[in-house]
Design a protein around this ligand. Structure first.
Ligand code: FAD
Length: 404
């Protein structure tokens, strides 16, 4: 099968789906290819930050998004050396929704797909894996799929995540990360208040994401030690999880064997060039983000908005996108570099020392104690995490599309 398209997007994650929505909204013919048959990618986390909620406010879709089940996180806390501290307060941010909405990302992506399907030019193909590029001379002209289909397009947008097929040959900077994560669920009783938190203790960091009737747990350990953790035995692992606190008491019922525990490797890197003629990479495909701050989904979405702002109007007017592609990287690279630098600072100054500690932590460090004591100070991390560096605003055109 052959089809002519304006834009073929590879990857139906946050970057790809948001770009698909915005390009279709501008009246372009858009095809999104997603290799899985659904949006259930457990590794992505659940944080929809105030910057992302603001974009949906600008699109007039915030109420519809928030009609989906979610929990509001207005403050972020941590338990450090056994003491609970408050470290960020989002409630003063100058946006329509000053909180993090914790919404499983499959629900979030399903919502974006539902809106995008309201535009005539949008098509999403699931269970459809791109395996190669169609090249004409030095230019990318489309993609080939595992099933032998070919999709030609004026632009291929690589949104296929950190192991992107399309990175080959593009210069890369490795930032690195000192940790990996074991990822599993522990059942719990649903509470009206969301209790997501990080627990920092001697040699251990544990994140509990409140997903209603279960905790999504992240057991953080030094990079490359996954096999060593497993070699200590399943019972030792469960005992360590139990030490976290009363929240993890139900581990025996929830985690029966290593099959219930997934190893997630953390990667932090970025491409220094995001395009070549006919091809542009955004989101994790262009810059894999550390889970610190839960900013990866939101940065991927900011990339998609910037891409649509810079390309959708000109492409709708029939312009060749190639001379414009560099502008996306030029606009976004500063935000990526600064965000990764902040993540590296936290990795090097907090995560690595805590994971290496053998003496009991004497309690929260000075900066955490100050944030806990002085409410005004808690607005600073809230701004950095909630709005990020260089938040984007929707400027791409809406053709004539009535959102259904
Ligand atoms: C342990 C961990 C926890 C995290 N927690 C959070 C968090 O809480 N909040 C947050 O904001 N970020 C978090 N992140 C980061 C976040 O997951 C990413 O930054 C974000 O998902 C990037 O979005 P994306 O659309 O660029 O890529 P992805 O989410 O990776 O999506 C890429 C999509 O492309 C598809 N695909 C890949 N190859 C092909 C192909 N050849 N053909 C078709 N489809 C293809 C994949 O199936 C996938 O659906 C976390 C990361 C890790 C490692």
């Amino acid at each position: 099968m052959r089809r002519e398209l304006d834009i073929c997007i590879v990857g139906g994650g946050p970057a790809g789906m948001m770009a698909g929505l915005l390009f279709a909204r501008a009246g372009l013919q858009v095809l999104v290819l997603e290799k899985h048959h659904d949006f259930l990618r457990d590794f992505r986390g659940d944080t929809v930050h105030p910057s992302t909620l603001e974009l949906f406010h600008e699109l007039g879709l915030l109420d519809r998004l928030l009609a989906r089940h979610h929990n509001k996180v207005r403050q972020l806390g941590a338990r450090i050396g056994g003491k609970n501290v408050m470290i960020a307060d989002f409630s003063h941010l100058p946006v329509a929704a000053p909180y993090i909405a914790l919404m499983p990302q499959w629900d979030f992506l399903d919502f974006v797909a539902e809106i995008a399907r309201g535009y005539a030019g949008f098509t999403l193909r699931q269970s459809c894996e791109a395996i190669g590029l169609i090249e004409e001379g030095a230019r990318v002209a489309g993609v080939r799929t595992r099933d032998g289909e070919e999709f030609r397009a004026r632009l291929v947008l690589g949104c296929d995540g950190r192991d992107s097929h399309f990175r080959a040959g593009l210069p890369q900077t490795i930032v690195g990360a000192p940790m990996d994560v074991l990822w599993f669920r522990i059942t719990k009783r649903a509470q009206p208040e969301n209790e997501t938190m990080g627990v920092f203790d001697t040699g251990r960091i544990f994140v509990l994401i409140d997903r209603g009737d279960y905790w999504q747990c992240a057991y953080v350990f030094p990079k490359g030690q996954g096999e060593a953790v497993k070699a200590e035995g399943f019972d030792r692992f469960k005992a360590r999880v139990c030490e976290v606190g009363p929240e993890t008491a139900a581990i025996d019922e929830s985690v029966k064997s290593w099959d219930d525990v997934k190893l997630l490797t953390v990667t932090v890197d970025r491409l220094e060039t995001w395009h070549r003629p006919g091809l542009l990479l955004i989101g994790d495909a262009a810059h894999a983000m550390s889970p610190i701050g839960g900013v990866g989904i939101n940065l991927a979405i900011q990339d998609a908005v910037a891409t649509a702002n810079l390309l959708a109007g000109p492409m709708a007017a029939g312009e060749d996108p190639d001379p414009l592609l560099h502008r996306v990287r030029d606009r976004r690279i500063g935000a990526v570099r600064i965000t990764q630098a902040m993540q590296k600072l936290v990795q090097d100054d907090v995560i690595a020392p805590v994971l290496a500690a053998s003496e009991p932590l004497s309690g929260p460090p000075l900066v955490a104690r100050l944030l806990d004591r002085i409410a005004l100070l808690r607005r600073i991390p809230a701004r950095v995490v909630g709005l990020g560096v260089r938040p984007e605003h929707v400027r791409s055109p809406e053709a004539n599309g009535q959102v259904l």
